[in-house]
Design a protein around this ligand. Structure first.
Ligand code: PNS
Length: 163
């Protein structure tokens, strides 16, 4: 069975990779769909997020990485995927994901499988990583080395905007 792991992955964290790796062992094939959420300000461009995701998922032969444009359920149908995989951390994730699962089931006849985040990464968020990184803080504990290096390179070229 083919499953899709969607997200912004800005940046991809050890928590995302934990969920993607577990999905890769549960399903025959996994497509990581890297998308754009109009409500978010991104640190990395879509091309950078695709490139980083490809580098850090290279160890899994049944995982591929593609750009997501448009509705997730249309993407799933075009790929012939019947399942979306979502990682869950806290109750607020569940409340949001339950709503999405219901609408995606009706609009796109697609199932959603929710995997609980592993305890080690249960409170990790890309938003907080972006915040710490924007002040030049060290986020190396939470992301793969290649991502940490790219963040350092970016933040050397940026100064935190005050007010
Ligand atoms: O969890 P994220 O990182 O905000 O997810 C981003 C993304 C692009 C995967 C998500 O916003 C998405 O699926 N966008 C496509 C539009 C869509 O299908 N939205 C869900 C139905 S309301």
């Amino acid at each position: 069975m083919l499953a899709i792991c969607p997200g912004s992955f800005d940046p991809v964290t050890h928590g995302h990779l934990d969920v993607i790796g577990r999905a890769a062992s549960l399903f025959d094939e996994v497509i990581v769909a890297v998308g754009r959420n109009s409500a978010k300000n991104y640190l990395f461009t879509l091309d950078e997020r695709l490139d980083l995701m490809r580098q850090v998922t290279g160890e899994w032969p049944n995982v591929s990485v593609e750009a997501l444009d448009g509705l997730l359920v249309d993407f799933a149908r075009a790929k012939g995927a019947g399942v979306l995989v979502k990682g869950l951390r806290f109750a607020s994730d569940f409340d949001f994901e339950l709503q999405m699962a219901h609408i995606n089931a009706v609009v796109g006849s697609v199932e959603t499988v929710m995997l609980p985040a592993s305890s080690q990464w249960a409170t990790l968020s890309s938003t907080m990583i972006r915040e710490v990184a924007s002040y030049g803080g060290d986020v190396a504990a939470f992301v793969p080395d290649v991502v940490a290096r790219q963040i350092r390179r970016k933040s050397q070229g940026m100064e935190h905007a005050d007010g």
